[in-house]
Design a protein around this ligand. Structure first.
Ligand SMILES: C[S@@+](CC[C@H](N)C(=O)[O-])C[C@H]1O[C@@H](n2cnc3c(N)ncnc32)[C@H](O)[C@@H]1O
Length: 306
């Protein structure tokens, strides 16, 4: 019964349309704001036109030998992992609009290489440190206590929205933790400026808020990235969909989106069905379909949409 209900829903999650059916990779899901492919992100990226995406948020596998599903290796040799990383990064850079933003979430161990690679191609803006909890030291290193989120732009950013965070309070007594050196009265009513150290972003632990087993980010992480680097209506790409947090965040903030996930996409569908409620199975907007390169129509290649 459950399976039937699910398969009925699955049948209706992609809109009909000549353009969609002509794409070289058939979409897994379309909504009134986005499109998701159940495919290797490198293949998907290759179908996207140059300079068509406003923001890329990427949370790739960390090469920690995690179980992501059949056919996905998360235990590559260091040089293989880095070569793979550089190949999808190059594609992400190509598809970004001038002034667009790239965010890469990973362990410092990999980000140091990533940052060096990106330095020659994009403009560095921030290395954001995010608190990491419940870890253990590996080998002869210090206890790891942070993840990193690299923030680069393709030239000067076309927008940097200033975000604010609530003034931190003690979770026991509710009082503010700092006294701001006597300048408390001068603080902005909406809170403090967001810094490059995020202490409030530990991974989601409660099953109620998760739709998959593997590590899932707190929505706050891609949400801040999207809000600070895009305007409503802009297009966000997440090449490593996971549980679909970035797509949910794009939907609820009136951004359009393009996604890829090589493993199971059901958790993303569940998330969409649970959180966005309307627009599933509808045609994505023209701005999204216009991102895609040559399509096959009636066995002929077209270079642009009609
Ligand atoms: C760290 S998880 C992303 C989690 C996601 N940010 C979230 O919060 O749910 C990485 C995801 O990338 C997927 N993946 C791995 N290799 C991929 C590839 N070549 N193309 C697309 N997805 C890939 C994995 O299946 C996994 O779901």
């Amino acid at each position: 019964m459950q399976e039937n209900l699910f398969s009925v829903a699955v049948d209706k999650i992609v809109a009909n349309g000549d353009f969609l059916s002509s794409l070289s990779i058939p979409p897994y899901l379309t909504t009134s704001q986005g499109i998701l492919f159940n495919a290797d992100c490198l293949d998907v990226l290759k179908t996207i036109k140059d300079e068509s995406i406003h923001c890329v948020f990427a949370d790739p596998p960390f090469n920690l030998n995690k179980e992501y599903g059949k056919g996905i290796s998360d235990d590559l040799k260091e040089n293989e992992y880095l070569d793979w990383t550089y190949s999808w990064l190059d594609e992400c850079i190509r598809v970004l609009v001038p002034g667009g933003s790239l965010f890469v979430y990973n362990l410092p161990r990999w980000l140091i290489h990533t940052g060096y690679f990106l330095m020659a191609k994009l403009v560095f803006r921030n290395w954001i440190a995010l608190t990491m909890k419940n870890t253990y030291p590996r080998g002869k290193t210090l206890y790891p206590a942070h993840y990193g989120l690299l923030y680069y732009t393709k030239g000067e950013p076309y927008i940097v929205n200033k975000l604010r965070v609530p003034i931190p309070t003690c979770r026991h007594c509710g009082k503010e933790i700092k006294d701001y050196g006597g300048h408390r009265g001068k603080l902005h009513k909406d809170g403090l400026n967001l810094t490059d150290f995020w202490e409030d972003t530990s991974p989601v632990r409660h099953r109620k808020f998760k739709t998959r087993v593997a590590n899932e980010l707190k929505p706050m992480i891609p949400e801040r990235a999207v809000l600070m680097s895009t305007n409503p209506g802009d297009i966000v790409l997440d090449p490593f969909g996971g549980g679909g947090i970035t797509y949910q965040v794009a939907e609820r903030n009136d951004r359009k989106w393009v996604g890829a996930e090589i493993g199971e996409c059901e958790p993303i569908l569940e998330r969409m069905q649970h959180f966005i409620l309307t627009g599933i199975g509808e045609l994505p907007p023209l701005e999204v379909t216009a991102c895609f390169k040559a399509v096959r129509l009636n066995n002929n290649f077209q270079t642009e949409q009609e």
